[in-house]
Design a binder for this molecule. Structure first.
Ligand code: AMP
Length: 176
């Protein structure tokens, strides 16, 4: 019998050469649009998130927001947003990190939750792990206790897991 993860895997739409040549993009839009599939997605991820015992979920822009919001509803957690530069108002802490070519920057509002709050980071796809690593660093820098990270899909051939500095769970693994 196939597991929920096996069944969900079939709903990703693979888009070759997006957003640039050589990348196969794993699009979660077909999972979102079907209410049964989306519900299964959230219910399958919920135990992974619950195991880290956080009170707040940090969603990574942008698809991480959708997952974090749905999971927070199921688990009665709060949500905070890890966003790209200059999107968040108010008191913001920024973290700049290196990419293969150039750098990127993420931000979080630093006065939304108290220092010491237990946080679980949520995203859709773990590729190189750079975004997750940077998010953990950013959230830790504002005093939060990052209990773990959860991604819906892990592209195992990119070995992003080795970059992630907190406990990590992924529901679906694919070797590209
Ligand atoms: P990375 O920092 O390389 O682990 O990239 C993770 C972020 O980029 C996540 O927020 C994903 O949404 C997005 N991402 C990276 N690679 C892919 C891919 N092949 N398909 C879909 N999303 C991706």
């Amino acid at each position: 019998m196939s597991t929920a993860a096996d069944r969900l895997k079939r709903h990703f739409r693979l888009v070759p050469d997006f957003p640039k040549p050589g990348i196969v993009f794993y699009d979660i839009a077909p999972l979102l649009v079907d209410p049964d599939v989306w519900q299964t997605t959230l219910e399958s991820l919920a135990p992974l998130v619950r195991a880290y015992d956080g009170s707040v979920l940090a969603g990574i822009e942008a698809r991480g927001f959708l997952l974090a919001a749905g999971l927070a509803h199921l688990l009665h957690c709060g949500v905070i947003m890890v966003r790209k530069k200059n999107k968040l108002p108010g008191n913001v802490t920024r973290h700049t990190y290196d990419l293969e070519y150039g750098s990127d920057c993420i931000e979080v509002q630093n006065d939304m939750v108290a220092a010491g709050t237990k946080v679980v980071v949520v995203d859709d796809v773990l590729a190189t792990g750079g975004t997750l690593k940077a998010s953990v660093k950013l959230l830790t820098s504002i005093g939060l206790e990052v209990r773990g990270a959860v991604a819906l899909l892990e592209l195992t051939s990119l070995r992003g897991r080795s970059n992630v500095t907190c406990p990590l769970s992924t529901l679906i693994q694919v070797a590209e």
